[in-house]
Design a protein around this ligand. Sequence first.
Ligand code: NIG
Ligand code: FE
Length: 423
Amino acid sequence: MTHQLFVNTSQVVTCGGPPRARRGHESTDAGILRNGAVAVDGENIAAVGPREQIERQYPDAELIDCGGRVLSPGLVDSHTHAIFGRARYEEQELRAAGSGYMEIARRGGGIHSSVADLRKRSEDDLFDVALPRIQKLASYGSTTIEVKSGYGLSLDDELKSLRVIARLSRELPVRLVPTWLGAHEIPLEFRGSGPGRRDYVRLLIDEILPAVVKDDLAKFADVFCEPGVFTLDETRAILDASRSAGLGIKLHADELEPHGGAELAAELGAVSADHLAAISERGIAALAASGTVATLLPGTMLFLGRDRQAPARALIDGGAAVALATDFNPGTSPTVNFPLILTLGVSQLRMTVAEVFIAATVNGAAALGLADRVGQLAPGYSADLALWDAEDIREIPYWYGDRRCMGTWIKGKPLTHRVLPIT
Ligand code: NIG
Ligand code: FE
């Protein structure tokens, strides 16, 4: 099979380096090559280097003209809740009028209203509504997308959600990573006078987890560890059981109030601790000293109208590994636009452009256990690429809100971006 050469680039943003998360100041360099070229052999990258050298090395290759633009690794969106039914636009005005996120949830809105809706839908219906959403996420430059369950909260509805992710994975070229988030909320039927929250934790550990693992439906388990949702002890029990059953572990930690979630993530050796807008000094130190990736989701705080963002600078300067992701979900971050999150990384989190690119590629991959496969343009990596309508990498966060992604390739194959309306 002939090689493909991506030539006539203005910059190749390689994000190249060791096959692991970049910590602290390791992410000051995104590995930019001017007028570089990338050689692809089948599904993998064969070589990256100056154009003349690569063309000499592969004289018979098929040339792909990048039109003097930026070529980067496909983005890795390591945190989404893309399996939901109806949108929840009614909540934004309630928040604007002063109701808190947790207060809306206590009144049966928030996650509960998505749960009631998802439970009524068939698997086919859920697939039909999720498909264009994943395609739209991909059209903004993501080639790897983590997708969580978490709006089912019963054996059947969690399995239904995860089977939809498996089917999307089979039918779409984009790389999907499934996460089981059965511990997203205590469902309403476990809150009244009948069975209580302990029974729900038992159901998660004794029934839903084994079924998820038996059918190989998830790579990770996640828990919404937050005052009013799952306690530290419950989180530990669910994640210990998940790890023993063979899943990797993640946490929604310190999203709204400091709660020791980051410290717990570090102690348990979680692959990532996500959100962290309310992380404490001790939490920052714990993550900096651990192998856990701090996944920051600035779109969520922006959409909730909060004035606090995660302390990205303190995390990076302290030596932690920081990833960025969309948190695409119907309640707190209904955006499919990952480059917009990069803009927020620079403007709200005070990260450099190189840092936001590393956060959205290499470190996102590390947060999914895929740092040796995706997130870099380097020999041996999957040929997952994104071409941008930009001459300089700094334009991508600069033209905020614009869709600058002109195309992506996954395992060397161009992805046809069907951008259908989403509801
Ligand atoms: O990441 N924090 C918990 N889960 C989501 C929100 C889910 C929802 O409101 O539907 C989040 O913010
Ligand atoms: Fe989330």
